[in-house]
Design a protein around this ligand. Structure first.
Ligand SMILES: [Zn+2]
Length: 86
């Protein structure tokens, strides 16, 4: 064993800083993604409420066919019938 092997392992400040910055960026990216999901969900619900107002709720916005009740029960904000959603 040489003298150098017994020397304390230096803390690499720069790489630790990079790591925590990457952590912070990842947390931020996840928060932004969650925000976007919430906004998209909000828009879907608003659109569904507008369809209720216009008596269009339950009808596919694409083809005008009735959306299956089970599909609506699973997700009341759904805007397309099963055929058009594919
Ligand atoms: Zn349709």
């Amino acid at each position: 064993m040489s003298e150098g092997d017994r020397a304390p392992v230096p803390l690499d400040q720069e790489s630790v800083g990079r790591l925590s910055r990457m952590d912070a960026m990842q947390v931020q990216a996840m928060a932004l993604a969650a925000d976007r999901r919430r906004q998209a969900e909000r828009a879907r619900i608003d659109a569904a409420l507008a369809r209720i107002e216009e008596d269009e709720f339950g009808w596919c916005v694409e083809c005008g066919d009735a959306i299956a009740p089970a599909r609506l029960a699973h997700d009341p904000a759904v805007s397309h019938c099963i055929n058009c959603a594919k």
